[in-house]
Design a protein around this ligand. Structure first.
Ligand SMILES: *[C@@H]1O[C@H](CO)[C@@H](O)[C@H](O)[C@H]1NC(C)=O
Ligand SMILES: *[C@@H]1O[C@H](CO)[C@@H](O)[C@H](O)[C@H]1NC(C)=O
Ligand SMILES: *[C@@H]1O[C@H](CO)[C@@H](O)[C@H](O)[C@H]1NC(C)=O
Ligand SMILES: *[C@@H]1O[C@H](CO)[C@@H](O)[C@H](O)[C@H]1NC(C)=O
Ligand SMILES: *[C@@H]1O[C@H](CO)[C@@H](O)[C@H](O)[C@H]1NC(C)=O
Ligand SMILES: *[C@@H]1O[C@H](CO)[C@@H](O)[C@H](O)[C@H]1NC(C)=O
Ligand SMILES: *[C@@H]1O[C@H](CO)[C@@H](O)[C@H](O)[C@H]1NC(C)=O
Ligand SMILES: *[C@@H]1O[C@H](CO)[C@@H](O)[C@H](O)[C@H]1NC(C)=O
Ligand SMILES: *[C@@H]1O[C@H](CO)[C@@H](O)[C@H](O)[C@H]1NC(C)=O
Ligand SMILES: *[C@@H]1O[C@H](CO)[C@@H](O)[C@H](O)[C@H]1NC(C)=O
Ligand SMILES: *[C@@H]1O[C@H](CO)[C@@H](O)[C@H](O)[C@H]1NC(C)=O
Ligand SMILES: *[C@@H]1O[C@H](CO)[C@@H](O)[C@H](O)[C@H]1NC(C)=O
Length: 794
């Protein structure tokens, strides 16, 4: 079932798409009399279960050259080669696979050289036969193709040697490190031993990792080092022939070394068919005949005539000596670089610990990722006029997390007319403060937070993965689970305080499927996701059958409390999250700017989940209850990554019971495959609610009485037919709506929402596009009118 929650991406490279040769002859085994075996004979050796075949395959690029390979025989369409004897030196048609007088199996090329791997050459005896076993292992005498893998290992194949990607660029060395041109970009502490049929990788020291479809029967699985430098486990469903990556080593593809050439910066662009693109930093331009590399426009001559451009979230991860200099402050790092003639820039982390790395001689393997939590300072000539366009950090803060904003509170009595008069429409001078100011405030906060961490002698942000807590520790932290702050679909949430005084939200999961290994795998993935707008996972506990997650505590509660004050909608959500403070304190009213920022922050975080880190996380339960508000109403999504731990039926029934049906995309009900577009639909509904301040399915009950009333359709008519956007605005703050200031924001929110709420998943934009629509960087055309969609309740 978990397959349904995966973003599947199928790789059809040239190498995968060899045409199937017409096979004139198929055999179970070859014996002496069948040799020599010539490339032109069109013969193949097929395993007993008809899953694999071996034989000569012509290269797509040149039909006169062949490799002797093993491929999946019974997967139709694109053939995937799992092994080649001579991937790097294809042979011509006058070559042969032959058995010598001494009984050795040889692949002889036209100059008489043996290309079959293995020293000494495979020995059997003249009466040995060549067999292709059911598991894909080609056996002759004591020689086994499994001992000489190329880019792939199959289930039960013990990994002993290096894997090389088909294009020869990347290798998986010592069973633990991914390497490009001698530089490592990924490694595991516990070297891989083998892939099991169930989708589990057995590692040294008793460690294991599991694929997301772990345990699903009747799958063909393989572990392959792909041409993009990522190591993936693929799973093929033989009934549909669809292959899907179910585990990958490098989450952020741009951190793969060699993706871009010298001086270039790799960026994720999920809207593109190629997820990575290489862009030039300011002061640099593309090299004429090489799209992946850049060159400096004004060469650095005099070290005193240089300045630095700040590139937020950029890291250059290759080059000479990348050791951390651990300096006292920023200016120390800067002067260290200035003092070195070969220093081309430096990376600096605002964590109060003086992380400072000089980039000497070359700018290699640059990439952009918010996960770096650092900035790169690029050395350019003083006369350079380019401005830095890598301002991720500041714009992220500006648009999603305003600092120190105060909002008006609703008056005691809940009469809306008086309320409307009393509300002061705060104009946001504060928001217009320059990005620099936000940035420095952020830094100050950040440094304070880090200093605190140091005082407690611990690291707040888990570097090596989430912390494993004991049940006893959590019991103490939560005072024996006494302070219940929420009851969500996934389980009860308690507030607690760890011994280091961190305040945490402890979520005790219920009805979790799967074993320890799976749980551990999922939790590790969740903890690896860093985004300003995602609730941070700090640790977990898996003891005595308990499944507990330890999250950062987000103080202001969830969005629904602000949008739908209890006094207005008393009937709903009896078992929803409780107010953290325990009492029904009045919540401030979110103004248009804040709502817009919440929308954008949530959109960016979901886009990050879906696309940016190429992680297969669908949220599957996006609704105001799962959007928590942190300091200054910075939105933080909770419960992401948990959907995989549940069954799909559970999700459907759970959501119905909890009255969240209004957020579920039609495909849930139709039992169609769930794709990222299901989250897009839910987000669209949340957007409409942000604007209207009313639950989508509640408005029907209270304001309308037509049976088939459907919020998106109604909103569509208001916006595009009647041209009366004001009719859907939240009545609480409608009077604050100043069309000069807010029309653009609100208009974008509503129109984006209607695109998200399209009936057909294909018609909805991707989450990355949604974020762009909200930002206003792409034009929003008129969508199709959403048709009736309502759930059968039983
Ligand atoms: C092998 O198949 C190719 C086409 O796939 C054909 O052109 C060729 O004649 C065949 N050779 C033999 C010896 O059958
Ligand atoms: C491939 O083999 C599997 C397992 O033997 C079988 O279930 C499947 O139907 C076969 N597919 C084709 C296309 O022959
Ligand atoms: C194959 O090997 C046999 C001896 O084992 C030899 O007589 C024959 O010429 C070889 N054929 C080719 C095409 O190399
Ligand atoms: C035969 O293989 C050897 C070893 O890989 C290689 O050096 C030689 O160039 C090959 N000959 C031809 C004609 O491809
Ligand atoms: C196969 O060859 C080996 C030695 O080359 C010999 O000992 C054995 O008896 C042979 N087996 C058969 C079935 O001929
Ligand atoms: C892999 O090994 C297990 C246990 O040794 C065995 O049951 C299974 O059939 C093997 N699978 C293949 C594809 O050889
Ligand atoms: C590999 O590294 C060497 C030296 O470190 C360098 O000269 C060469 O250009 C690099 N090759 C590629 C393809 O980056
Ligand atoms: C920054 O500007 C350079 C040069 O104009 C361009 O190549 C690059 O794509 C831009 N980068 C971003 C992140 O927009
Ligand atoms: C560079 O990109 C352009 C357009 O994207 C393409 O036409 C050109 O062939 C590419 N050049 C190289 C060397 O890859
Ligand atoms: C930059 O990349 C290097 C190499 O991957 C890594 O060790 C370092 O931690 C990265 N720096 C930051 C700030 O993420
Ligand atoms: C790298 O730089 C650090 C700090 O300057 C120095 O201690 C270390 O010896 C250098 N390592 C190499 C291999 O040059
Ligand atoms: C940075 O640290 C150095 C050494 O402690 C000190 O002399 C300098 O004044 C500091 N600079 C700033 C801007 O704090």
């Amino acid at each position: 079932m978990s397959l349904l929650f995966l973003v599947s991406f199928l790789f059809f490279t040239l190498l995968l798409s060899n045409p199937l040769p017409s096979l004139s002859q198929q055999d179970r085994s070859f014996s002496f009399s069948d040799f020599p075996w010539l490339p032109t004979q069109n013969k193949s050796l097929v395993s007993g279960n008809k899953v694999f075949a071996a034989g000569f395959i012509p290269l797509t690029s040149s039909g006169n050259l062949y490799t002797f390979s093993i491929w999946y025989y019974n997967i139709s369409g694109n053939r995937f080669i799992v092994w080649s004897a001579n991937a790097n030196s294809p042979v011509t048609s006058d070559s042969s696979l032959n058995i010598s007088d001494t009984g050795e199996l040889r692949l002889i090329n036209s100059s008489g050289q043996n290309l079959l791997p293995g020293q000494p050459a495979a020995t059997g005896s003249r009466n040995s036969t060549l067999i292709l076993e059911d598991g894909g292992n080609l056996v002759y005498g004591n020689w086994r193709s499994f001992d000489y893998p190329t880019d792939t290992i199959l289930p039960n194949q013990t990994l002993k040697t290096t894997l090389h990607s088909k294009n020869g660029k990347f290798s998986f060395q010592n069973r633990k490190s991914l390497v490009f041109n001698s530089s490592e970009y990924w490694s595991t502490d516990n070297p891989f031993q083998k892939l099991e049929e169930s989708g589990k990788v057995v590692q040294d020291n008793g460690a294991t990792l599991v694929s997301s479809d772990f345990g699903e029967p009747n799958r063909f699985r393989r572990l392959t080092l792909d041409d993009d430098g990522n190591l993936r486990i693929y799973s093929v469903d033989p009934s549909t022939d669809e292959q899907e990556a179910v585990w990958l080593a490098v989450q952020e593809v741009c951190t793969v070394h060699g993706t871009c050439g010298p001086n270039a910066i790799c960026m994720n662009d999920a809207s593109n068919s190629d997820p990575t693109s290489c862009v030039c930093p300011p002061g640099f331009r593309k090299i004429a005949n090489d799209n992946n590399s850049c060159e400096i426009k004004i060469p650095l001559r005099n070290p005193r005539d240089t300045k630095f451009l700040q590139l937020d979230y950029v890291n250059f991860s290759g080059g000479a000596n990348q050791s951390n200099l651990n300096v006292q402050n920023f200016s120390m790092c800067e002067s260290r670089c200035l003092a070195n003639l070969n220093c081309l820039g430096f990376g600096f982390k605002y964590d109060g610990r003086g992380y400072c790395v000089l980039q000497i001689d070359r700018l290699l393997y640059g990439y952009w990722s918010p996960g770096t939590e650092a900035a790169f300072f690029l050395r350019v000539d003083k006369s350079e006029t380019d401005k830095s366009n890598f301002t991720g950090m500041t714009s992220l803060l500006e648009t999603t997390c305003p600092v120190n904003i105060s909002l008006p509170f609703p008056p005691e009595e809940s009469d809306t007319t008086t309320r409307n008069i009393v509300i002061i429409c705060t104009l946001f001078a504060a928001e217009l403060i320059s990005g620099v100011l936000f940035f420095w405030r952020f830094l100050k906060k950040y440094i304070k937070y880090r200093d605190m961490a140091r005082t407690f002698g611990l690291e707040f942000l888990p570097a090596g993965g989430p912390k494993r807590f004991t049940y006893a520790e959590l019991k103490t932290a939560t005072n024996d689970f006494s302070n219940l702050i929420g009851k969500g679909g996934f389980g009860d949430v308690y507030k607690g305080e760890l011994t280091d005084h961190r305040v945490v939200a402890v979520k005790c999961l219920k009805n979790v499927t799967g074993g320890d290994a799976e749980f551990w795998a999922e939790v590790t993935i969740i903890a690896r996701m860093h985004h300003l707008n995602l609730v941070r996972l700090w640790g977990f506990c898996a003891e005595k059958g308990q499944r507990i997650l330890v999250y950062e505590y987000v103080p202001n509660g969830s969005l629904d409390k602000y949008l739908f004050p209890a006094s207005r909608i008393p009937s709903l959500d009896k078992e929803e999250e409780m107010d953290p403070s325990g009492t029904d304190v009045p919540k401030p009213i979110l103004d248009w700017n804040i709502r817009y920022r919440i929308a954008l922050g949530v959109a960016r975080a979901i886009a990050y989940l879906h696309e940016e880190c190429l992680e297969w996380v669908l949220h599957c339960d996006i609704k105001p209850e799962n959007i928590l508000l942190g300091d200054d109403f910075c939105p933080k999504i909770s419960d992401f990554g948990l959907a995989k731990l549940r069954k799909k039926e559970d999700m459907v029934s759970m959501s119905r019971i909890r009255g969240t049906r209004g957020y579920m995309a039609p495909e849930w009900v139709k039992m169609d495959p769930i794709t990222p577009k299901a989250d897009v639909y839910s987000f669209g509904m949340v957007l409409l609610e942000l604007v209207s301040g009313v639950r989508n399915f509640d408005m029907q009950g209270s304001l309308m009485d037509s049976e088939d009333w459907y919020f998106p359709r109604w909103a569509f008519d208001k916006v595009f037919k009647e041209m009366k956007v004001e009719d859907i605005l939240d009545r609480q703050i409608k009077h604050c709506f100043d069309s000069r200031l807010h029309f653009d924001l609100v208009d974008r929110m509503v129109k984006t929402a209607l695109w998200c709420l399209q009936d057909r998943p294909e018609a909805r934009p991707s989450m990355g596009k949604v974020a762009k629509m909200l930002e206003g960087t792409v034009e929003i055309t008129e969508p199709k009118k959403p048709t009736i969609f309502y759930l059968v309740d039983e």
